[in-house]
Design a protein around this ligand. Structure first.
Ligand SMILES: [Zn+2]
Length: 323
């Protein structure tokens, strides 16, 4: 994690734009709807708080809990009973109440002092604004405001701008050439493998050619080509995801089939040039606003960006065509 000031990339945090060109594509509708997780809590007398914090939280839960609870205040006061309620750990870390009671007992090294109070629901992540942070704190559990979590996400992207420019230029040149030749689907995708050692897979849309299938969109052709290459590679793991951690450069925003296929094949990142307002499936303003790359209903995500500069023109595609 680099410090914001040391990031070599120029980042416009407010608008989510990197180097004045790459617009981050995320589903901010989801970000600001709390996804709740279950945590164990306990009610204690104030004089015992140090024991709970030192023996249980610092020594065990903070280290071993797979769920980060750093955005939560650990303790809240119960004014009426003048006790404290403490968040212990996620239910993902400890599922059984008996097990957690056992930990409590051994922390006190004496007979039963406290029993875990029960489970409560808290937001899994902090929201993007201070206002929502206050609202969620009042509704669920006090949260710590550390700024918009998306700032950290923007800051953590590793982007080689030269590669981005090179691959978009390559796709753009092919696409404009295809359009000039009268092709109806001047759609191109470039697949770059994570090691940067293999040849890039450059895929034209198959629908320009006789004998193709209606589903031979450029992305589908590209994924298939990567798959064929994997078959020829004797060292390859047959169960591996087809495009694990690949970066994919596209002339046009992908349709629902292609953006879903990119989820299944586990790419790391998609950068596209031209938005497809009716048929695209990444931007919230495209199609049904499904935001396929960042949808909480799906079990994986990929980074999404649109190039917002004018440098790389693409061949025109009918607005109702799925790319
Ligand atoms: Zn498609």
């Amino acid at each position: 994690m680099v410090k914001k000031a040391k990031n070599p990339l120029k980042i416009d945090y407010k608008n989510g734009i990197i180097e004045d060109r790459l617009l981050q594509i995320r589903n901010f509708k989801d970000v600001n709807t709390p996804k709740l997780i279950t945590v164990w809590s306990i009610e204690i007398e104030p004089r015992d708080s140090k024991k709970v914090i030192d023996r249980l939280i610092r020594n065990d839960f903070q280290i071993n809990d797979p769920v980060s609870l750093k955005h939560l205040k650990r303790i809240r006061k119960n004014v009426e009973s003048s006790t404290l309620e403490v968040v212990l750990c996620s239910k993902e870390y400890i599922y059984d109440k008996d097990e957690i009671d056992q930990k409590l007992k051994s922390a006190w090294a004496s007979a039963e002092k406290y029993e875990v109070k029960g489970v409560i629901e808290v937001p899994e992540f902090a929201p993007s604004t201070k206002e929502l942070n206050s609202a969620w704190s009042a509704k669920y559990w006090p949260l710590i405001w550390n700024g918009n979590p998306n700032d950290q996400i923007l800051n953590d992207y590793k982007i080689d701008m030269r590669e981005v420019r090179d691959e978009l230029a390559r796709a753009s040149a092919m696409s404009t050439k295809m359009a000039a030749a009268g092709q109806r689907f001047p759609i191109v995708s470039v697949f770059v493998d994570p090691s940067r050692q293999k040849a890039k897979v450059v895929a034209e849309d198959g629908r320009n050619y006789a004998g193709s299938l209606p589903i031979d969109h450029s992305v589908m052709v590209g994924i298939r080509t990567v798959g064929e290459r994997l078959k020829e590679d004797a060292d390859a793991d047959a169960d591996a995801y087809l495009c694990l951690d690949y970066d994919v450069y596209l002339t046009h925003e992908p349709c629902s089939m292609c953006s879903m296929a990119l989820i299944h094949s586990r790419v790391r990142r998609v950068v596209f040039l031209s938005q497809m307002e009716r048929t695209g499936c990444l931007k919230i303003t495209s199609g049904d606003g499904y935001c396929m790359n960042d949808n909480k209903l799906l079990n994986s995500k990929y980074e999404g960006f649109q190039w917002v500069g004018e440098e790389y023109p693409v061949g025109a595609v009918d607005r109702d065509v799925c790319c």
